[in-house]
Design a protein around this ligand. Structure first.
Ligand code: I6G
Length: 790
């Protein structure tokens, strides 16, 4: 008979193992649901036996009581800082000092006078918060911040909530007392998700992952820390009672064996030149790493040599941080100007006193929208923190309030468009619910000038001619600007009336180049329907949506008249986008431009029938649900459709026949009221009839002829492409799959049929393997396409 204590111990050991596999190794071996069952079993046992609850139980990670203040912790072995270097020569100096410091101990160099090389352990320097974790007899007993290096804050309750920190060391052989030192950090993805949640709930956002990690760890309420996506990575040790390996890499390997996470990028190298090569390699990968780093750290591998070298002031002589250029700098906000985009959005842009950030001079930064200006509390004249990460446009992440000058000025959205002088209006957000449209203020302001506004016109033309749209070769931004400024082009349709003389008169054009441009314009007159829809620049209709609309509806004429409720029947087209499409085609100016384009010779390719899978796809119950009749949800709609014999007219009649409605089993009072009220309004009845008529026209109506699904070989399947393909681009691979009827998705899920993995495939391939999904390499993919005639 096992006792409760034994069962609790066994469950904890099992959960610790799974936690380690999930959070440290990233290789879970059981589904989440099974983990949850084990966890619940442990919780239930602990609830029965509260006297057996210990702080190292996996159930205790959720965070306990809030503290009034943090206690203090003295570090027996001080938590030091590292010396920094930026230039390669500073690193060579460091290596020279190491070799001189070791003197006799270093073996002789080679016959040609080169000195012996020192082995270094290299790893990225995570941008987080240094902590010390104390384990006694393998159990985590304390967590502390660095503080001033001698005394830190006691953050035990908080570190216990960090999922990849073992509450109990795995395996055996650990020293009786072991202080593990490392960095608590937040991954980029975790940071983005945390900020997105904060924005949604109107909470405070963090400027960068480091601040987010520090802010999360220094919470007096550990439940808050528990809700934050923090991770830990060990880089060394503090106080130790017991024995450990005698090399830096040996110690880290031992920690790893005991379940403590260490860097996946750890590498041992011979000599400083190899260390510098490591720095360059990590520098190239910096943007692709899932976490932020601010440099790499080199440490002498042998511990006896570390001891020999000792410390200077408060820095070890045996380690150095080789920093990357900083990504955040201070500068001054000189002004805020407003730019007008393709859809008329008026966006604030920060004009800055030029400053070098990560090797590039930054004088502008995006401010996204006026809500962002408000959130930052930005005023002209402020000192601000600018951040430039990778290829991302520089951002203003914070205002330094203490440095605000007395004459700082507020930022105001202009009432008139800075380009065309038309009115600037705040966008209205339309939310439809329960049959009613609710309007609220959006964050975006728009110039109402449309194509009368040169800024919008230029952007619209640039988009129209772009490679993925009409693909007019040689019509770059500079030429578009000239065409618009010379008023030769006032809409995309005017491109098709340009004369040789007009082009020749443009700056930089000679006879041949003029002829080439006109030939390219002529050659663009046969776009596919999908490209044409995309080229129109309908708000929220990207390339994918355009393809979907083209494939599903098969003709511009259908799209032109499609009602929002009908469009929303198509996969991945939501009601909001459906309304955007509908109002685009309802706009008189847009209609004129489309008519002119067609009249001037643009001839759409690949127009055809409505796709077979949509034939007779609509049901009366679905139509009812889409009408958002108060009180009528999916089940009620099904009951009503059945009672009306799948006939809309019968249903309209039924809606006013109280007795018959009462006779419908299971229909709620609210639904009856809602239905009666809804169809009592003539406009509602007319709308329902119009939708039904259109479904008939398109062949989507439930009584339409049900054609056999076109029988494309991959219809209904979802594929994912990952890694690189050599014989074709990913876009080409995607097009081939789509032509065979497959949907191509960006992420792997249980619904994925097959993953095509080229070299460099990473997490998607791992996920596919985890889920047991078929994986093809490039050769297999090509063979499969050939089999299917693709
Ligand atoms: O702050 C640090 C970051 C990373 C470190 C460190 C480190 O190693 C990868 N190592 C030491 C020895 C110290 N600070 C003091």
């Amino acid at each position: 008979m096992t006792t409760a204590a034994q069962r609790i111990a066994a469950l904890r050991a099992e959960l610790d193992q799974h936690n380690h596999r999930y959070y440290v190794l990233d290789q879970p071996s059981i589904p989440d649901a099974e983990y949850d069952r084990l966890f619940s079993a442990l919780k239930a046992l602990e609830a029965e036996h509260p006297e057996l609850i210990t702080a190292d139980s996996p159930t205790q990670r959720v965070g306990g009581q809030a503290l009034a203040e943090f206690g203090q912790v003295r570090h027996e072995v001080p938590m030091l800082s590292l010396g920094n270097a930026f230039a390669e020569d500073e690193l060579r100096d460091f290596d020279r000092r190491v070799r001189e410091g070791l003197g006799e101990q270093l073996p002789a160099g080679d016959l040609f006078g080169a000195g012996a090389e020192v082995a270094y352990v290299c790893e990225p320097k995570l941008d987080g918060l240094a902590v010390s974790l104390r384990y006694e007899d393998g159990v985590l007993v304390r967590g502390a911040t660095r503080g001033d290096g001698s005394t830190g804050e006691d953050i035990t309750a908080n570190v216990r909530t960090v999922r990849n920190i073992p509450l109990r060391l795995l395996d055996s052989g650990w020293p009786r007392v072991l202080e593990v030192r490392g960095e608590v950090y937040m991954s980029r993805a975790g940071f983005d998700a945390l900020n997105a949640r904060a924005l949604e709930s109107g909470g405070k956002t963090f400027a960068n992952p480091r601040n987010a990690a520090a802010g999360s760890l220094r919470q007096l309420d550990p439940k808050i820390t528990a809700s934050r996506p923090l991770s830990f990575c060990a880089y060394g040790i503090g106080q130790v009672e017991g024995s450990l390996p005698d090399t830096q890499s040996g110690i880290l390997a031992a920690l790893k064996g005991w379940g403590v996470p260490i860097s996946a990028e750890l590498q041992q190298v011979q000599g400083i030149e190899a260390a510098l090569a490591y720095y360059r390699r990590i520098g190239e990968q910096r943007d692709a790493l899932p976490y932020e780093i601010d440099g790499v750290v080199f440490k002498v591998e042998r511990l006896d040599w570390q001891r020999e070298l000792g410390f200077r002031a408060r820095e070890p002589r045996w380690a150095i941080a080789h920093k990357f250029p900083a990504r955040e700098e201070l500068t001054e906000l000189l002004d805020v100007e407003f730019q007008v985009g393709r859809t008329g959005a008026v966006t604030p842009v920060a004009r800055l006193k030029p400053v070098q950030v990560a090797g590039v001079t930054v004088s502008n930064a995006t401010l996204h929208n006026m809500d962002e200006v408000l959130r930052l509390g930005l005023m002209i004249g402020d000192t601000v923190i600018i951040r430039r990460a990778g290829d991302v446009i520089p951002q203003v992440v914070q205002v330094v309030r203490e440095r605000r000058p007395a004459d700082a000025r507020a930022v105001h959205i202009p009432e008139q468009c800075p380009v065309c002088g038309s009115a600037v209006e705040r966008t209205q957000l339309l939310k439809r619910s329960k049959g009613r449209a609710q309007v609220s203020e959006g964050a975006i302001y728009r110039c109402v000038g449309r194509l009368r506004c040169q800024a919008q016109l230029k952007q619209a033309i640039i988009h129209f001619v772009s490679r993925r749209a009409m693909d007019i070769d040689g019509l770059g931004e500079r030429i578009v600007e000239q065409l618009v400024e010379a008023e030769l082009v006032q809409s995309p349709a005017d491109l098709y009336t340009l004369s040789f003389e007009q082009v020749l008169a443009l700056e930089g054009f000679a006879e041949l180049s003029s002829r080439n441009l006109l030939a390219a314009i002529e050659a663009s007159k046969r776009p596919t329907l999908a490209r044409f829809i995309y080229a129109l620049g309908i708000p929220d209709v990207g390339e994918e949506t355009a393809k979907r609309l083209a494939r599903a509806l098969g003709s511009l004429a259908r799209l032109d008249v499609a009602l929002p409720e009908v469009l929303a029947w198509l996969p991945d087209i939501g009601l909001e986008v459906a309304h955007e499409i509908h109002s685009f085609f309802a706009d008189a100016h847009n209609r004129t431009v489309i008519t002119q384009l067609l009249a001037r010779g643009v001839l759409l390719q690949e127009e055809g029938e409505l796709q077979a899978e949509f034939a007779a796809c609509a049901r009366l119950a679905e139509l009812l649900a889409r009408l958002e009749i108060p009180g009528v949800a999916a089940t009620g709609a099904k009951r009503l459709a059945a009672a009306a014999g799948e006939d809309l007219e019968a249903l309209i009649a039924l809606s006013q026949d109280w007795l018959s409605l009462k006779a419908i089993k299971g229909l709620t009072e609210k639904a009856r009221e809602g239905l009666r009220g809804f169809f009592a309004v003539p406009a509602n009845t007319a709308r329902a009839r119009a939708i039904e008529a259109q479904l008939r026209d398109f062949g989507m109506h439930w009584q339409s002829e049900r054609r056999a699904v076109a029988g494309l070989p991959l219809a209904g399947q979802t594929w994912v492409l990952t890694g690189t393909l050599e014989s074709m681009s990913r876009d080409e691979g995607k097009a081939k799959l789509e032509a065979l009827g497959a949907k191509v998705a960006g992420s792997v899920s249980a619904k994925t049929h097959c993953v095509v993995a080229g070299p460099g495939a990473g997490s998607k391939l791992a996920r596919a393997n985890e889920l047991g999904i078929a994986v093809l390499d490039e050769a297999g993919f090509i063979a499969r396409l050939a089999e299917l005639g693709g």
